[in-house]
Ligand binder design. Structure first.
Ligand code: HEC
Ligand code: HEC
Ligand code: HEC
Ligand code: HEC
Ligand code: HEC
Length: 468
């Protein structure tokens, strides 16, 4: 009888706590949701509470109700020593009261389904947000989140590169995500998070949703300012004309030729992709050329089809070496170039390991101030504001590139564009990577760029490009 069922629900402690849990969670959820509708900004944590944690509690509560009922019946049966009470309720729809109760039960279930599915939908939205990815696991993702925020992709969400469109990758990412939550909760995640990501979705489905792989970029001028480690912080200029190329007319040229849909490049490398053993290149007409590093192991390693990420492995999480960061800061006027030896001293001070960002900032300020009071006591009073600004900038640089709690130091994540921070292009473009006929993948500087000036004081080319 239905009445028996109701009795078992209301008598069983488990069912009662289940009901209490479900009702409390649903009421809280509804009120938080209402608050949010009225414009209350709670940040990512409120979203996680409202749309992930409370619904889970509500579901647990709802599941506890029938479990409690069944357990209570078992106990009653055991106590009375008979089978007088059936384990499951018998619904006799001819009894008006049963129909009544059934309707109420159905209405309540519908209500729960609507609330829980809305919550699931909102929960997914929360999980796809940059805030969730970057901040929910704050300490874990701090390096990636910080680097993303100052990258050209700061307006592109984590999910657009890491999940992309379609249901299958969505489900896969949620399954990975569930494991990651467990790993974070149990504190068993790796530090630093290893790179490369071997299960990153192919660039065709992510990068190429926004970028045309064959777009013709042509030659791109890149002017780089660097500073010597001398007293004057002498400024040097490098100017490159990069042959980015792309598809033009019948074929592709230049650097973006690698991603022409008509050619295919596969390569075999170690886990880190820093050591390339073998490159297999299939041309437009189907001819296959095999380049092999004579020093590399004959077999083993991992084969991979080359795509955007093999060069642009840091489109969003860009960490720079300390020297490069200081050069950029001096060039941008964030560090006063007239401070003697500021390049050399800055580099010495930040290219070190400190226990935290706070410790680093204090140590950087102390050491830089110390240097100027010791070595330039006459000027140190009037320069003190400039020294303080420089120290703050150096602290900022440290804090966006080094993350001690995640064991992310300078160059934990090398950049494969170019050949400065890692072998980059030279992983394949090197003398030892050659065919049986000893033809190597070209390492001629002009294959990739024209060096218009290389670390020159006042290069002629700059006055041509920017006439006074
Ligand atoms: C423009 C595309 C893009 C966006 C946006 C993006 N990522 Fe990534 N991310 C990548 C690529 C590409 C790699 C892997 C590089 C590799 O495997 O060599 C990566 C790697 C990672 C890694 C592994 C560690 C590492 O640095 O190699 C983590 C963790 C990560 N991303 C988290 C995030 C988070 C969190 C966000 C949002 C705050 C985000 N990503 C946004 C493209 C992106
Ligand atoms: C959701 C769209 C979107 C996706 C997905 C995306 N990008 Fe971008 N990308 C952009 C936008 C927007 C810019 C900035 C353009 C600007 O600032 O002029 C950009 C800029 C770039 C740049 C130029 C950066 C610079 O220094 O100016 C590169 C390189 C790049 N993306 C590579 C990638 C790669 C590689 C991927 C895949 C891992 C990717 N993008 C995924 C939208 C996207
Ligand atoms: C062989 C290496 C390589 C591959 C593969 C590659 N790129 Fe590039 N890409 C470069 C280099 C080098 C530059 C110029 C870098 C710079 O500006 O400093 C560049 C520049 C760009 C730019 C900026 C262009 C501009 O107008 O300034 C975008 C966007 C870009 N790449 C997207 C992609 C996408 C999307 C893919 C995959 C379909 C891809 N790249 C594949 C090496 C590569
Ligand atoms: C995975 C191996 C690999 C990597 C990494 C790689 N390349 Fe290549 N690249 C090749 C192969 C293979 C060829 C074709 C060589 C040949 O035909 O002799 C090629 C050819 C080229 C060409 C000539 C294209 C043309 O017009 O025929 C340029 C330019 C080039 N690469 C630039 C770069 C740059 C810049 C980088 C780094 C950002 C880079 N490559 C990284 C394998 C690679
Ligand atoms: C396979 C392609 C390739 C070859 C070969 C190559 N380079 Fe480069 N080089 C690049 C790319 C790509 C960049 C730009 C990286 C960036 O955008 O930051 C670069 C950057 C540079 C820079 C500027 C570095 C900086 O950031 O200060 C210098 C200097 C340079 N190359 C010198 C050379 C010289 C000298 C040779 C010949 C021995 C050479 N390169 C051969 C691809 C190549």
């Amino acid at each position: 009888m239905v009445r028996n069922f109701i009795v078992s629900i209301t008598r069983s402690g488990i069912s009662l706590s289940g009901t209490a849990l479900a009702v409390a969670a649903l009421v809280l959820m509804l009120s938080l949701f209402a608050l949010e509708q009225f414009g209350f900004e709670g940040g990512p944590y409120l979203g996680i509470l409202t749309f992930l944690i409370l619904p889970m509690i509500a579901v647990v509560g709802l599941i506890l109700i029938p479990i409690g009922a069944v357990l209570w019946r078992r106990k009653m049966n055991r106590l009375s020593g008979s089978e007088s009470m059936p384990m499951m309720p018998v619904f006799d729809l001819n009894v008006p009261k049963t129909r009544h109760w059934l309707l109420i039960l159905l209405a309540a279930t519908m209500f729960n389904i609507i609330i829980l599915s809305t919550a699931t939908y909102k929960g997914v939205e929360v999980m796809e947000s940059v805030e969730f990815c970057g901040m929910a696991c704050h300490a874990v993702m701090e390096p990636e989140h910080t680097a993303h925020a100052r990258s050209p992709h700061s307006r592109v969400s984590c999910a657009e590169c890491h999940i992309g469109p379609g249901a299958d990758w969505f489900v896969k990412s949620k399954m990975d995500g569930a494991w990651q939550l467990v790993a974070v909760a149990l504190d068993i995640y790796p530090r630093p998070i290893p790179t490369p990501l071997h299960n990153l979705r192919p660039a065709r489905d992510t990068c190429e949703q926004c970028h045309w792989p064959t777009k013709f970029v042509g030659d791109k001028l890149s002017v780089i300012k660097t500073y010597e480690e001398d007293e004057e912080n002498t400024e040097l200029t490098t100017a490159l004309l990069l042959h980015v190329g792309g598809e033009e007319g019948a074929g592709s040229t230049g650097i973006h030729w690698h991603v022409d849909p008509n050619v295919a490049i596969r390569y075999r490398s170690d886990e880190t992709r820093e050591e390339v053993y073998e490159v297999e290149f299939t041309d437009v007409d189907g001819t296959v050329t095999d380049f092999r590093d004579r020093k590399a192991p004959e077999d083993g390693g991992i084969w991979r089809s080359m795509d955007c990420v093999d060069c642009h492995n840091r489109p969003s999480h860009i960490y720079q070496p300390p020297g490069k960061e200081i050069d950029k800061a001096i060039s941008a006027g964030l560090i006063d170039r007239t401070l003697p030896f500021v390049k050399r001293e800055g580099l010495r001070i930040i290219d070190a390991e400190y226990d935290s960002h706070e410790v680093a900032r204090v140590a950087i300020t102390d050491q830089l101030t110390q240097f100027y009071t010791d070595n330039y006591p006459d000027q140190s009073a009037e320069a003190s504001a400039a020294v303080q600004t420089a120290a703050n900038t150096l602290g900022d640089i440290y804090s966006v590139n080094v993350f001690p709690q995640m064991k992310v130091w300078w160059n934990t994540y090398p950049n494969h564009i170019g050949h400065e921070q890692s072998p980059g292009c030279f992983r394949c473009h090197k003398k030892s990577m050659r065919t049986e006929e000893r033809v190597a993948i070209s390492r001629d500087c002009d294959t990739c760029h024209v060096l218009l000036a290389e670390r020159e004081k006042d290069p002629q080319i700059m006055s041509t490009l920017k006439p006074e």
